[in-house]
Design a protein around this ligand. Structure first.
Ligand code: PBG
Ligand code: ZN
Length: 328
């Protein structure tokens, strides 16, 4: 036997196995996506996302206090407007009385140490269900889309969000948001996390049901990236770094580990995030229920793959479970 053939002596003990990772998974690495409706007392289970609910503002304390007790450090808010008037420009997105802005203010007072991120997009609030605005010829209107997204992001920053995270994939929105934050006096008070490499995936179905954000016509292929597009993803990451993003995100996560690794190389001076999206979560839960694997073991295997590929921030619906499973 050649000396170089023998590796197992190096990881025969649980402790020596723990040294094989380059980073250790900790509770700090988790950001919990939560859905907030404009029915203040709501607690409605989302059938496509087992264990997840749509919450009303009045229920946030009972929902989140036990998780904060277990070590929850951050959330990302998604508004689910059920009773507002959706218009062409996504007017309700920055309604000062809407569920997102009300929740930011409430969470800041209820949980002063919690890091509050807000997803920024128009699809939940627009009559057409698309993430940007259209010109009269039916094509995406780049300038006005970026300007409107920036307006919404600034409203969330003003309400007290620590981080704004545009998921719309309109060209130029990172630059527009960063400019708006700086001009609005929030340049040094609000993080800009870009969903830089967001692919047109079949894994968003449960989310669209949860958030009521399915497009009323067409699809999102003219703004979300084709799943084959490694080069475009690399260009989008570099562009967003140059436009002023503070954190780069890849989404979905597990089918795009190579993109995560590319992002780590291209944006090596930025924190890197990934979003384990609704369909990934639903798929993992469904596989466990079908007896394919043990849920906890599989959930760990997925998030450890994200950390291995280069992420230090993971957005996942498994966050409450990891607060139970992890010690620190
Ligand atoms: C909206 C948005 C989506 C997700 C996050 N923000 C859906 C979409 O682009 O259709 C997906 C999140 C998930 O599936 O968990 N722009
Ligand atoms: Zn959207």
């Amino acid at each position: 036997m050649e000396i170089s053939s023998i590796l197992q002596g190096g990881y025969q003990h649980p402790l020596s196995r723990s040294w094989q990772g380059q980073r250790t998974l900790t509770k700090n690495m988790f950001m919990y996506p939560i859905f907030i409706t404009d029915e203040p007392d709501a607690r409605v289970e989302i059938s496509s996302l087992p264990g997840q609910c749509r919450w009303g503002v009045n229920r946030l304390q009972e929902f989140l206090a036990p998780l904060v007790e277990k070590g929850l450090r951050s959330v990302i808010l998604f508004g689910v407007p059920l009773h507002c008037h959706k218009d062409e420009r996504g007017g309700p997105a920055d309604d000062p009385n809407g569920p997102v802005i009300a929740s930011i203010k409430l969470l800041r007072t209820l949980f002063p140490d919690m890091y509050i991120a807000c997803d920024v997009c128009l699809c939940e609030y627009s009559s057409h269900g698309h993430c940007g605005l259209f010109a009269s010829d039916g094509s995406l209107d780049q300038g006005p889309s970026a300007a409107r997204i920036a307006e919404v992001a600034l409203a969330y920053a003003r309400a007290g969000a620590h981080c704004v995270a545009p998921s719309d994939m309109m060209d130029g929105r990172i630059k527009a948001i960063k400019r708006a934050l700086i001009d609005g006096g929030f340049g040094n008070r609000c993080t800009l996390m870009s969903y830089s490499a967001k692919f047109a995936s079949s894994l968003y179905g449960p989310f669209r049901e949860a958030a009521g954000s399915a497009p009323s016509f067409g699809d999102r292929k003219c703004y979300q990236l084709p799943p084959t597009a490694k080069g475009l993803a690399r260009r989008a990451i570099t562009r967003d770094v140059n436009e002023g993003a503070d954190i780069i995100m890849v989404k979905p996560a597990m089918p795009y580990l190579d993109i995560i690794q590319d992002a780590k190389e291209l944006a090596r001076d930025h924190p890197l995030a990934c979003y384990q999206v609704s369909g990934e979560y639903a798929m993992i839960v469904a596989g466990a229920r079908a007896g394919v694997y043990d849920l906890k073991t599989m959930a760990f295997e997925t998030v450890e793959s994200f950390v291995r590929a280069g992420c230090t921030l993971i957005l996942t619906y498994f966050t409450p479970d990891f607060l139970d499973w992890l010690e620190q």
